[in-house]
Design a protein. Structure first.
Length: 463
């Protein structure tokens, strides 16, 4: 059985390699997958759920709104039968064991590879003034309330034991040009060195020089910016609310635009060792600027930025203001991952599987972003102008038909899908004002204020 599945995988890979270039061709190309498997020490053994079949089934599970293991296994059975092969057992235990065997590092490598591949496809007109811009932001995801999950990702202290849910923090680096996830860090939401800035410091160690990092005020610290400069990167951040600004000081570049020197804090932060603190510069030159928001619907009327882009001629203040307003894209990207792809509430009951579930979501997300990149390139638009949800709907509608079509029909179907993806534009909507409120009321259920076992006992006593 395993030989038949492996042969089918090789046939599909060969067909994709010979077909019109697809946005994720290099991801599933036989040589790249084989190299990744070898690096992880994985081999196709005599079992149905080989590493590649397991990964593809896992991706199918993430793509399906049902998200259950049972539905994923049924989809695999349907695929095998449609290809003239015997049906495998409908028991999900073998698939669950195969997911546990699949190394997390293998999935992580594929996500980063695809993100790097998509970033390399960005056209010059997709960039900001010829520069690559990476956005950073954090969020949190919930998961089943199991003892193992609670130990790795403790629930917030504000929640009572047995009532709350474990919570994981994620910090992502996302491309402004393509929307692809370039890297990710996962950590608990409580405890020392678990904040977004701590996770970003780990991400910075893997980032390449030359990019601009765009983030909110949480990342605008002296040591954070100093580490960026050490990595030969630039940054544009909203100024932290605790830092005092005086535009009468420093070198004036405009009415509310100047260069000023920041002094290194005299106290070493708890997370930094003495050797690293000594190597930090005693001072650094940064640019502070302020601009007003005149559009209705914004909660703030003016924003102050700090940046390492010091040249006011090459980087005018109004263009820096426009760049910062694009930071909102990272909020939309995280919403697409958590809400559209239903990652806000995870299903796995152990920390290892929780991490894999998050990274497989990122892999599927990058595959969808790859479709958007190709559709944009074919239709003379930009990926940021296309709808993520529309692309997901197109992929869901076309993928099964494409799989069963002949090569000529496949090329026509791919072209039709890319045209449909390019049709769903999100576009700029200037002057749009929407209240941050819901009209539809939730169901009037009482909140659970004790463990479910205790609630059951109370119901039995009352009866």
């Amino acid at each position: 059985m395993a030989k038949h599945i492996l042969r089918e995988v090789q046939v599909q890979v060969k067909a994709l390699r010979n077909a019109e270039p697809l946005p994720y061709r290099d991801l599933i190309d036989g040589e790249i997958v084989e190299a990744a498997l070898k690096e992880e020490g994985l081999r196709f053994r005599a079992r149905v759920y080989t590493p590649l079949v397991t990964l593809w089934t896992f991706m199918t599970q993430v793509l399906d709104p049902d998200h259950s293991c049972r539905k994923a296994v049924r989809s695999l059975i349907a695929f095998l039968v449609s290809e003239g092969q015997p049906a495998i057992s409908a028991d999900t235990s073998n698939y669950c064991k195969a997911r546990k065997r699949l190394p997390l590092s293998f999935i992580v490598r594929l996500v980063r590879k695809l993100g790097e591949l998509l970033e390399g496809k960005a056209r010059a007109d997709w960039l900001w003034k010829g520069r690559v811009v990476h956005m950073v932001d954090g969020s949190s995801v919930s998961m089943p309330d199991t003892l193992a999950n609670q130990r790795a990702y403790p629930q917030p202290a504000s929640q009572k034991p047995g009532v709350g849910f474990p919570l994981a923090r994620i910090v992502a680096i996302i491309s402004l040009a393509t929307g692809a996830v370039l890297d990710l860090e996962i950590g608990p939401c409580k405890g020392k060195r678990t904040g977004e800035t701590s996770l970003l410091r780990t991400l910075l160690l893997r980032m390449k020089a030359g990019a601009i990092l765009l983030g909110d005020r949480f990342f605008a610290s002296y040591f954070g910016i100093a580490q960026l400069l050490q990595r030969q990167m630039d940054g544009v951040f909203r100024m932290h609310q605790r830092r005092k600004i005086d535009f009468r000081r420093g070198r004036c570049l405009g009415v509310t635009d100047h260069l000023v020197r920041w002094q290194k804090p005299k106290e070493r932060p708890e997370w930094m060792d003495e050797a690293t603190y000594v190597l930090m510069p005693c001072e650094m030159l940064v640019r502070e600027l302020r601009f007003k928001i005149v559009q209705a619907g914004y909660r703030v009327h003016q924003i102050t930025l700090v940046t390492t882009l010091l040249d006011s001629i090459a980087y005018p203040s109004e263009e820096l203001a426009g760049l910062y307003l694009k930071r909102w894209n990272v909020e939309l990207d995280l919403r697409s991952i958590k809400i559209v792809m239903q990652m806000d509430v995870l299903r796995c009951k152990t920390p290892d599987m929780v991490d894999k579930e998050i990274w497989v979501h990122m892999l599927v997300y990058n595959v969808i972003r790859g479709l958007m990149v190709t559709a944009a390139a074919k239709n003379g638009t930009k990926p940021r102008e296309l709808s993520f949800k529309g692309t997901l709907q197109a992929l869901t509608a076309f993928r099964e038909i494409i799989r069963t079509a002949n090569p000529k029909q496949q090329r026509q179907l791919w072209q039709a899908m890319f045209t449909a993806i390019a049709y769903d534009r999100v576009g700029a909507r200037p002057g749009r004002v929407e209240p941050r409120a819901k009209k539809r009321r939730p169901k009037q259920y009482d909140l659970l204020t004790c463990t479910r076992d205790e609630a059951r006992k109370r119901l039995l006593i009352a009866a």
